[in-house]
Ligand binder design. Sequence first.
Ligand code: TYD
Ligand code: MG
Length: 456
Amino acid sequence: MSSRWQGKCEACGAWNSIVEEAAAAPLPGGGSSTAARALGKGRIVVLEGLSGATDEAPRLVSGLGELDRVTGGGFVHGSVLLLGGEPGIGKSTLLLQASAALANAGHRVVYVSGEEAPAQVRMRAQRLGLHEAPVALAAETNVEDILATLKNGETPKLVIIDSIQTLWTGQVESAPGTVTQVRAAAQAMIRYAKTTGACVILVGHVTKDGQIAGPRVVEHMVDAVLSFEGDSGRDFRILRAQKNRFGPTDEIGVFAMTGDGLEEVTNPSALFLGDREPDAPGTAVLAGLEGSRPILVEIQALVVPTSLGTPRRAVVGWDGPRLAMVLAVLEARCGVRLGSHDVHLAVAGGMRVQEPAADLAVAAALVSSLMGTALPVDAVFFGEIGLTGAVRPVSHPGPRLREAARLGFTRAVLPAAAADAATDAGVSPIAVPALDALVARLAARADAQQGRIKGA
Ligand code: TYD
Ligand code: MG
């Protein structure tokens, strides 16, 4: 907080990060006791016990399985959800498909577009073959007008606001898209949802450098924040829950953007392993887990002698500090010297992996690239690596191994504790108690392959 204009924030040192904000004004749909409040007197609210009746959070199931999975089983009545993502990623497409599905199921759905004219939304609907769905459409950006429209007639079950950055309320003076406007507009929509029981979805554009004001300031006000991600160069999109008061936050939904809209990908492992080159050194298949669902992804490493004073460490789709740790353990505990090598690491297909269970696959890919020896085609890897070099157990080995078996993998390099689960899944376990055991196996494999080449 600052009471005057300032170019530099004195707390964090950042320049131009301070924005002017008008003093809060009462918002539409506000409390009934405005007169009492003006006198500084509060209204007495009824206090309740914990044991009272609860409405078992009823949900609106869209029927798009990948979307329902991420919301935790459907949209919750009276809740507000923020869908963030870069422009052009497919947010409007996803919500139009969900709206149409719910409208076709007999729910009243209102889609308010502040970015596109009704004709444009209709054109998209036609392209998706959804123009017959009874979705109520409006192109409007004024909060008061939107609320008046929504309150006129039957309360909708679902309201889409596309996007929050285009909304403005007459109650504050800033321009649309500013922090003050976005916050005030979001507050008004949240109050609407809580008082009527309608579920409201706010679309928020996010740019890579976070330049557009908006979604960030709304995140803590809403019940759930979903982000829609993907490479614009690729077809598939990942929906992730970053916050969810009514469900898990580690589930992901996978979609492919096609000429006919977003298609659900129910078998993501097959997609992520689609263009694998099995004989290439430096690739390892991770038997990963995203939420409750096992997903197999390929980890790719390239280790090359550096031409720089300080070798390069580049990571796409994984955690930089985590890579530094795996490299340090390889050096300190296994004698693998990487100080004069550049290291590039990528999760294939644009996927983002967060779990420590990927450590072992990363280490295997790195050593495989350094030695120039491909790993066995039919093996998957998982295990967390500790600073001592020990390979530690990870959660839910069973589903990981069953998914590997289903996709034709016959061997799994894993922590000793998971060996039985592998046998149960019909996969041969190769238990490595510590990382040096894996390095020794790979060195032996490299020697055998080179011996074969020399002998031939
Ligand atoms: P859109 O939903 O408008 O993105 P956002 O609302 O996040 O800005 O999607 C835009 C992109 O999706 C656009 O580049 C065209 C593409 N697209 C398809 O490939 N197939 C389709 O069926 C549709 C409707 C869009
Ligand atoms: Mg859009």
